[in-house]
Design a protein around this ligand. Structure first.
Ligand code: SF4
Length: 356
C-alpha cells in the first residue's frame, strides 16, 4: 500500500497482513540469530463508532498490534490504513514528521494509571500536555478545556491541582481517559485499561468509556486478556493466539456459539454468571509456546483437546464461515466439532431480564 491511497471501503482502520518480528541478536558482532514473531500476518478492519475487542493470553501479540497502530513500534511488513480527510494513509510507512498530524487522531489509553501518569505533574498539567504538544489553544483556553474534561470524566474541576498519588486507582484511570481525549481523537487504543483496577471500579471505568463513545462518536480498539471484560463493551471480538487471529465474530456470537477451540478455552476460564451456572469445564493447561519457534501447522495444536493429524502439519487459514460470513475462524475442524457456549440463548435472555 502506498502511504496515501484512495478509500476502498468505509473502514476507519484497515490492517493488512501485519507482521512484527523482533530480531534476537547474539555474539560479539550482535548478529541476528532468530526472530520473535510477535505479530504474524494479521488482517482486520475497524469501522467508525464501533468497539473491537482484541483478546488473548499474555504473549498473543494483542498489545504489540496496539503499539503498531500508534507507531510506538514500526511493523516489519504489512500496512495499517487509516482514513483521513485526504484519503487512506498507511501509518506503517510514515516518517516521524508525517506521523505528527495522525497522532492527534489516534490516542492510547494505557493499562497501569500508576506508571502512565507523571507523578511529579499536577492532574491539570497532565491532561493539558497533549494540547501543548500539538499547540492547541491559548493557556486560558487549555485550562478551560481541561476543567471541562475533568467534569466529563466525573472527577470535577477541583481535581486540577492534585497529584496522581492523591487519587484512587479509578480516579487515576479517569485522568488517563481525560488525557487521551483532550485532543479529540477519532480512534482510541485501550490497552487493558481496567485490568489493574478493582472489579467494582472496572465497571465504572467501562461505563465511562461507553458513555463517552456515545457522546463523542469515538472508535475503540479494546485490548484485554479476559473475554468477560470485552463482552460488556465490544461490538466484535477478535481472538489472538501466538501472533495470529484465531477467530473474529460479533460479541454475542462468540459467547453463544464459539467456533475456535481456543475461544472455547478462554470462555471456560470465566466463572459462569447465569442461574444454575454449573457446567463441565475444559481448563487450558501449559504455557503459550515460544513465538521464536511456533508450532508447525495450527499454532494451537499443542494445547488443543480436538487436535487431529492434519492440525500438526497444515496451517489453517482464517476463513469466513459459509453459514455466517460475519464470523471467521482459523480451524480445520470448525464445522465438525461442537463447542460449548458460554451462554445458551435462553441463559442470555435470563441474564438480560435479571439485569433489567
Ligand atoms: Fe485444534 Fe486442529 Fe482446530 Fe487447531 S486446527 S484449533 S489443533 S482442531
Amino acid at each position: 500500500m502506498s502511504p496515501v491511497r484512495a478509500a476502498t471501503n468505509d473502514a476507519l482502520l484497515e490492517i493488512e497482513d501485519l507482521r512484527l518480528h523482533f530480531p534476537i541478536k547474539a555474539g560479539l558482532l550482535k548478529k541476528t540469530v532468530a526472530h520473535v514473531k510477535a505479530v504474524d500476518g494479521v488482517s482486520f478492519s475497524v469501522y467508525p463508532g464501533e468497539t473491537v475487542g482484541l483478546v488473548g493470553e499474555s504473549g498473543s501479540g494483542k498489545t504489540t498490534i496496539g503499539r503498531c497502530i500508534v507507531r510506538l513500534y514500526k511493523p516489519t511488513t504489512g500496512s495499517i490504513g487509516f482514513r483521513t480527510a485526504q484519503g487512506v494513509v498507511d501509518i506503517a510507512q510514515l516518517d516521524k514528521r508525517a506521523l505528527q498530524p495522525i497522532r492527534r487522531d489516534i490516542q492510547m489509553l494505557f493499562q497501569d494509571p500508576n506508571s502512565s501518569l507523571n507523578a511529579r505533574m499536577r492532574v491539570g498539567d497532565i491532561i493539558a500536555e497533549p494540547l501543548e504538544i500539538h499547540a492547541i489553544g491559548t493557556r486560558d483556553e487549555r485550562r478551560s478545556r481541561v476543567e471541562d474534561l475533568l467534569e466529563q470524566v466525573g472527577l470535577g474541576a477541583e481535581m486540577y491541582n492534585r497529584f496522581p498519588h492523591q487519587l484512587s486507582g479509578g480516579q487515576r484511570q479517569r485522568v488517563g481517559v481525560a488525557r487521551a481525549l483532550s485532543i479529540e481523537p477519532r480512534l482510541v487504543i485501550c490497552d487493558e485499561p481496567v485490568s489493574a483496577l478493582d472489579v467494582s471500579v472496572q465497571a465504572q471505568v467501562l461505563n465511562l468509556l461507553s458513555d463517552l463513545q456515545g457522546e463523542l462518536g469515538l472508535t475503540y480498539v479494546f485490548i484485554a486478556h479476559d473475554l468477560s471484560v470485552v463482552e460488556y463493551i465490544s461490538d466484535r471480538v477478535m481472538v489472538m493466539y501466538l501472533g495470529k487471529l484465531m477467530e473474529t465474530a460479533p460479541t454475542k456470537r462468540i459467547f453463544e456459539r464459539p467456533t475456535h477451540p481456543y475461544t472455547e478455552a478462554l470462555l471456560n476460564s470465566i466463572p459462569k454468571r447465569v442461574r444454575g451456572g454449573h457446567r463441565k469445564r475444559f481448563v487450558l493447561t501449559g504455557d503459550i509456546p515460544s513465538p521464536v519457534n511456533p508450532p508447525s501447522g495450527c499454532v494451537f495444536h499443542t494445547r488443543c483437546q480436538y487436535v487431529k493429524d492434519i492440525c500438526r502439519t497444515e496451517t489453517p487459514a482464517l476463513r469466513p464461515l459459509p453459514d455466517d460470513p460475519e464470523t471467521s475462524v482459523a480451524c480445520h475442524l470448525a464445522e465438525e466439532v461442537a463447542l460449548e457456549p458460554y451462554y445458551t440463548a435462553e441463559e442470555r435472555r435470563d441474564l438480560e431480564s435479571d439485569r433489567a
